[in-house]
Write a protein that binds this ligand. Sequence first.
Ligand code: HGY
Ligand code: MN
Ligand code: MN
Ligand code: MN
Length: 418
Amino acid sequence: PTQTTGSLTAQPSKTPSTVTGLLSDMSTIGKDVVRGGYTRPVYSTAELELREWFIDEATQRGLSVEADRNGAIWAWWDTAEKDRTNALITGSHLDSVPGGGPFDGPLGIASALVALDILKSRGTNPTRPLAVVVFPEEEGSRFGVACLGSRLMTGAIDPDKARNLRDSGGNTFAAVAKANGLDPRFVGRDDQLLGQIGQFVELHVEQGRGLIELDQPIAIASSILGHGRWRLRIHGQGNHAGTTLMAARRDPMVAASRTVVAIRDTALQQAHARATVGRLQPVPGGTNVIASRVDFWLDVRHPDDAVTAAVVQSIHQQAQRIAAEEGCVVSLTEESLSPTVHFDTGLLHQLQQALPNAPILDTGAGHDAGILSAFVPTAMVFVRNPSGISHSPEEHVLDEDAETGAKALADALETLLA
Ligand code: HGY
Ligand code: MN
Ligand code: MN
Ligand code: MN
């Protein structure tokens, strides 16, 4: 693991950075000229470049930077005694969805660095250690499982299942992790690290319209909607587009398309349900080729985990009926499942003391904080997104709201340190 030592107070005074300044440093890394926005899959050149940038920023601040067995990076502001118990952790992720916005993840990392700068400028001398963490593969865009890094650290995913996850090029997580300095034999639950964490607070861009409607710059999170991912695979008969009569076809693309509409119709029947197919891959994928197989992924979310299960079961039954009508065969495989998360009420009340004007909002977006909340008291702070759009180049945060968010995070951390 990358290891540097030092203490924040011993550093040459660095002009306190701004969130917008740090974000603009990152803004040239991983631009996607085809999709627009940013494409920064875990362990891609772009994400590795962002990791290096983060390590440099943290080292400049005198933080002790370490990588853990699962590929997360921890930048520690240690106490003089170097005793790492009951640590106060903040952080987020640097990886993105394909064509994502510049704030989903990086806003939390930049705000964490600025919040530590603010604490230092206030002369804070922490009685307990702080750390900024960068979790890998939060989006699950490369290996298919969201929050892979925090799931590994907490034991929320079987290490063997993780090692064998494959990216679209067929590379296993084990091989890619090994190529990036990890020993895949040792990925998995990290009791030592978990034992050091007292509380975790993640700042994140809001990925909805809550703060627009409330006309507020920041909010405290109450809960995260339960959500899961399933792969639907429909086998048909591949053939030539020109020589195969329509009546003789068993076209999985037709079965998949009918199923996608059935998915939308099923979700519309359940208040608060959200069901999405954002990724669909015909095989072999030629313009003049009837596909032999179509893979597509289902993302279902609902506050009640039992409703999520019922929606998925109904979709599976409809997919089987549709596939049979089209002379095809369908299989459904669960890839990841996250129950609805209610954040720690004690920690939420402490944040309310620090941020008395901040409303309380729930979210439909998953986060590493959601995974950690099953193991340590966890909270989230959201920053207004005037577009109300995320997982898109249209995601946005106003400069003044970005700085307000970092100050709010500093106030929250200071309250928790007291
Ligand atoms: O998918 C999500 O909700 C998160 O952005 N990973
Ligand atoms: Mn995110
Ligand atoms: Mn995201
Ligand atoms: Mn031909």
